[in-house]
Design a protein around this ligand. Structure first.
Ligand code: UDP
Length: 253
């Protein structure tokens, strides 16, 4: 293959110029990082699993009318996406207390929240992605009020969709992070779900046993990350040896 122009190398993915203007190739690496990249390891097979799982969620969201940047999966490690301008926010949706929220507010991990809570962090690794309010977002012009209304509504739709899919296979969606992109169409801009949706950016607990099936396995040294992600892919019917398009979720009793 001809050498492609690298646009950006992140912690878990590398972005290359796509074959046509306005497209980007996302390459999923096997690198796992945590605690702002203080902990780093190579987990064989993670990139393949995240590529396929992210395809599964992005396609499903597209089918219920939630716009995403996803165009198509190219191979086991790469997908073609629309290029977009990333809104500099990490949008976190929480259904149960865990992680930083439990620490910040002193709520036991696993406590169900009275309703889904959406939080925003300013995307800046050097600052450790600090939590910000809509006041900061408006004052610093990171997103308009109209954008924020749209982002909230997108985040809650993604939450409902993913919570339902996971519930059907015996998994609790505790929380997750999404990123939002701006796509320009003539004079108009549209907000789309960008980046990836995978167990790297969600907390997923087995409903019966409480077993963690997400990146906390790596963060907290709880066993094999590949086994955990493979279990998620297997339950959703998208293990890499099955074509994802025809994969059917497996019901768990
Ligand atoms: N998250 C993420 N990237 C980040 C920070 C958080 O994908 O840079 C995800 C994380 O996996 C979890 C949710 O967002 O599903 C909430 O994370 P939290 O704020 O509790 O942070 P953590 O405890 O992971 O530092």
């Amino acid at each position: 293959m001809a050498r492609r122009k690298k646009i950006y190398e992140g912690k878990a993915k590398t972005l290359y110029e796509g074959p046509e203007p306005g497209t980007i190739v996302q390459y999923f690496k096997d690198d796992a990082t945590a605690f702002n990249a203080e902990k780093h390891d190579i987990i064989e097979g993670k990139g393949v699993l995240n590529n396929i799982l992210s395809e599964f969620f992005m396609l499903g969201l597209g089918q219920i009318g939630v716009p995403t940047h996803f165009l198509k999966r190219l191979n086991m490690r790469e997908q073609l996406v629309r290029s977009c301008e990333i809104v500099p926010l990490e949008v976190i949706v929480r259904n149960y207390a865990a992680g930083s929220m439990s620490k910040r507010l002193g709520i036991d991990e696993g406590t169900q929240l009275p309703r889904p809570i959406v939080e925003y962090c300013y995307k800046d690794d050097a600052l450790g992605d600090p939590l910000v309010t809509e006041e900061h977002i408006a004052a610093f012009g990171w997103a308009s009020q109209q954008d924020m209304d749209d982002i909230l509504s997108l985040a809650l739709r993604v939450n409902d969709f993913m919570s339902g899919i996971f519930l059907a296979v015996g998994i609790r969606l505790v929380d997750f992070k999404i990123e939002i992109g701006r796509v320009y169409e003539g004079d108009f801009q549209r907000l789309v779900i960008a980046d990836e949706i995978s167990p790297d950016s969600c907390r997923l607990w087995d409903i019966k046993t409480g077993q963690k099936l997400d990146k906390d396995v790596f963060r907290r040294d709880l066993g094999s990350l590949t086994d955990a992600y493979s279990e998620v892919a297997r339950r959703l019917g998208v293990m890499p040896n099955n074509p994802p398009a025809s994969g059917k979720p497996t019901l768990v009793n």
